[in-house]
Design a protein around this ligand. Structure first.
Ligand SMILES: O=C(NCCCOCn1ccc2cnccc21)c1cc(-c2ccc(F)cc2)cc(O)c1O
Ligand SMILES: [Mg+2]
Length: 214
């Protein structure tokens, strides 16, 4: 029977990456996506911008919205300090099952908690379910029309503190116009656009970094 793209991506990781070596997992996925099949990972170019923001923030708590096959999950977690926690949310159970195996191959299972379900349901439960006060860094990479409502939901649930950083993928392609409009005009955020390209292509895309001012 036919395999899925995430399954083929996992096979590429298990074939080419070294167990317990997150950077080799990242490299194997990028190689697969450049040489074999495009896939919607943040990719190596935007990934370098992601790395610099993670390193700068040095977060103790991270929320990732949109795991897919855990490429950015592994990329972020590999840069976190020892006791930091990353919670990643995935809607699609098949993708979540693949992501768990990629995370395990990278040896990052004790830093990452993968949760399955819709962001709208889980964001209000973060404090009670995971003992999270606030997030130091949020990486938005899920349905593009959920970036704005989920940002407002995080504000309402008190999950952001003065200095919390939101980093949003795909603000140009596929695009998140309502989110950009809100975040760039809100007095409660200081935003900065990092121009780049859609993963593995020459199409323009970018990341929007926004600091919550409280
Ligand atoms: O669609 C994209 N990502 C989202 C996946 C579903 O996410 C669903 N999802 C994951 C947690 C979660 C939690 N709650 C609700 C939905 C939730 C996405 C799409 C493209 C892209 C660009 C050009 C194209 F021609 C085609 C596709 C690129 C990207 O980098 C992306 O990230
Ligand atoms: Mg994306």
């Amino acid at each position: 029977t036919q395999t899925t793209r995430p399954q083929r991506m996992l096979a590429a990781v298990q074939k080419s990456a070294t167990r317990g070596d997150p950077r080799s997992v990242v490299k194997a996925i990028d190689q697969f996506c450049r040489q074999k099949e495009w896939a919607m990972n943040v990719g190596d170019e935007k990934g370098c911008i992601l790395d610099s923001v993670v390193t700068e923030v040095n977060p103790a708590t991270v929320l990732e919205l949109g795991t897919y096959c855990a490429y950015s999950t592994v990329r972020i977690a590999s840069l976190l300090p020892p006791d930091a926690k990353l919670i990643t949310l995935e809607f699609n159970p098949h993708n979540a099952a693949i992501a768990r195996q990629v995370i395990a191959w990278a040896g990052l299972g004790d830093k990452i908690q993968l949760v399955e379900g819709p962001s709208g349901d889980w964001i209000p439960k973060m404090k009670e379910k995971f003992g999270i006060e606030t997030f130091d860094l949020v990486f938005l990479d899920h349905w593009k029309d959920r970036y704005l409502p989920d940002t407002k939901l995080m504000e309402e649930c008190g999950l952001l503190r003065k200095g919390s950083v939101l980093l949003a993928d795909n603000v140009i392609c596929p695009g998140t116009p309502d989110y950009l409009e809100y975040i760039r005009n809100s007095p409660r955020y200081k935003s900065q656009y990092f121009r780049s390209h859609l993963e593995y292509t020459k199409v323009e895309d970018g990341l929007e970094k926004s600091v919550f001012l409280g």
